[in-house]
Ligand binder design. Structure first.
Ligand SMILES: Nc1ncnc2c1ncn2[C@@H]1O[C@H](COP(=O)(O)OP(=O)(O)OP(=O)(O)O)[C@@H](O)[C@H]1O
Length: 231
């Protein structure tokens, strides 16, 4: 289980996270919703070690992550699918997937078949350059690359952003499959309410760097939750 306790994060003098606490349990999909700029990506940067925190603690599987660099967190089992996908455009699909080998042991340095069952398009495009793929295919590649690192928790930053509906469905199916078949934890940041409502076991809403609501997915339909999500 991932435990975030009372976390603060600053960019210079600007505070982006204010006393954030949340948990993401194994075998469950935890969704964090919120409008633009409320600190969702900053939360994931804190969890993955992309940005240091200025207070609080983050632990996974009983181990404290504070101060560990991103590669050490990847070794602990934290897989990250960043906003904007960050595919290497000049590397092939296969090479992009192979960049996920870095944190795993030599004997695990192969691409699990599951990835191609979830996203068959990746298999048919193994020799193509990442930059030639559509946005939706790149998103599938970014998820595949994170899965190559054999994560125990998959952390996704707005995977539906700019993606066509049919691929959003595939991504939703893949996330559910990963939860159910592997028991991994999923921490998902989103702005797309319907996607979260369908997938999430547990939801949090952020506003101005704080958690302002938490509960089961059904609670997203309460007027109080809606108020935090409408512009
Ligand atoms: N590198 C940075 N330097 C300074 N301020 C930043 C930086 N990154 C984000 N911020 C600020 O921190 C706040 C939270 O940003 P963050 O990207 O975490 O929000 P978000 O909820 O993920 O938004 P979005 O949906 O647009 O990605 C915003 O006010 C943003 O302007």
């Amino acid at each position: 289980m991932l435990t975030v306790e009372n976390v603060n994060l600053h960019y210079g003098a600007a505070q982006a996270l204010r006393g954030i606490s949340l948990t993401a349990e194994m075998g469950r999909i935890t969704c964090v919703l919120g409008r633009n700029g409320v600190g969702k990506s900053s939360l994931l940067r804190a969890v993955t070690g992309q940005h240091g925190i200025s207070g609080g603690s983050i632990s996974f599987d009983g181990k404290m992550l504070n101060g560990l660099p991103p590669f050490a967190r990847a070794k602990q089992g934290i897989g990250y699918v960043p906003q904007g996908r960050e595919i290497f455009p000049l590397l092939t699909v296969r090479e992009n997937l192979e960049t996920g080998y870095a944190p795993v042991s030599r004997k695990e340095r192969f691409i699990p078949d599951d990835i191609f069952s979830l996203f068959p398009v990746l298999q048919s495009m193994l020799g193509r350059r990442g930059g030639d793929l559509s946005g939706g295919q790149q998103q599938q590649l970014a998820i595949g690359r994170a899965l190559v690192t054999r994560p125990k928790i998959l952390v996704l930053d707005e995977p539906t952003e700019g993606i066509q509906p049919s691929i959003i469905k595939d991504i939703g199916r893949a996330i559910r499959y990963l939860r159910d078949s592997t028991g991994m934890a999923i921490l998902l940041v989103e702005q797309y309410l319907d996607f979260c409502r369908e997938l999430a076991d547990q939801v949090y809403i952020m506003d101005r760097g704080e958690i302002v609501h938490q509960g089961a997915a059904e609670t997203l339909d309460t007027p109080e939750a809606r108020r935090h999500l409408t512009v």
